[in-house]
Design a binder for this molecule. Sequence first.
Ligand code: G6P
Length: 369
Amino acid sequence: VAAEKGGYPHFMLKEIHEQPKAFKDTMAGRILPEKGEIKLDDVHLSKEYLQGIKKIFIVACGTAYHAGMVGKYVIEKLTRVPVEVDIASEFRYRDPMIDKNTLVIIISQSGETADTLAALRESKKLGARVLAITNVVGSSVSREADDIIYTWAGPEIAVASTKAYSTQLIALDFIALYIARTLGRICEKDFQEITSAMKNLPDQAKIILGHEDKIKSLAQKFFDREDVFYIGRGLDYPLSLEGALKLKEISYIHAEAYAAGELKHGTLALIEEGVPVIAPVTQEHLFEKTLSNIKEVKAREGFVVALANEGNEEIKKSVDDVIYIPKTHPILTPILAVIPMQLLAYYAAVARGCDVDKPRNLAKSVTVE
Ligand code: G6P
């Protein structure tokens, strides 16, 4: 087993470090800049079909659901097709309004999650076309979907998902670009800008991994706390949800994520001296808004760690510490920003002596309801 971990103490840390390679593998051969095209071998959505689509549903569980929330934002932004995101165990019991004019995107690392698979079957029964994003070739989801995008992240052993999540985000960006191009809703310039930024992601992920010691020492500052809060706006909101999920599942610290603007509608009551608040501010158009929420936390003496784009010096004045990520296109930031979130959770769990790869009560793939 030690050999399988490639010298890392846990599979989770190994898988976090595999992200630069996983990003490359997920993107390999899929961006054709000369043609201004995204090439997805197992996706066959014609222009005629896409023109008839009234709505897209994204359905998943757990971490994959958080990927779906990012996907909604990106797909709506680039394609202007409305997207709804649903938790698989809710979707299947609420008589969802789907028909042949609905595209359903199913996201599942394992391709075997019972609720997700049931949602796929229900969607097909109602006449929708199903596109699946999965990491496992030959999985039930991959066999039953109409179209497939494999994430090519390699086997993920740790229960807490890391590289499967970030590569799901890349797959969702590809879907958004593919649909936007097919429907003529994105210009050549924007397409080139996004795809060339995507190509830098593997090297930028390496840069973040180079700051591991700093992130570790930050985790050691709050690992003994009972509660940690995450606040973010726009794409930083699903990022916060994912950061909080990672922390609670492996360290057993109570962690909650809020849309930053919701802070004053409840969570602020829980902020007192020293309460850790992780605050991503990667969305520059929302920076001033989140900054004012951060100031509200600081006024109550919370301990704020911001996650910001390189070059954002202003944030330093208002927080206790900052983790920087390299600059990328705004819709791609969650792919990079999730890496420090994963490392914070990992090092907090290690400091608490938790069984990081096999958290209590949890399973890698939930094949029963
Ligand atoms: C379990 C795992 C999570 C995962 C979720 C969905 O809860 O512990 O890490 O996000 O299932 O799994 P899937 O394989 O469908 O992505």
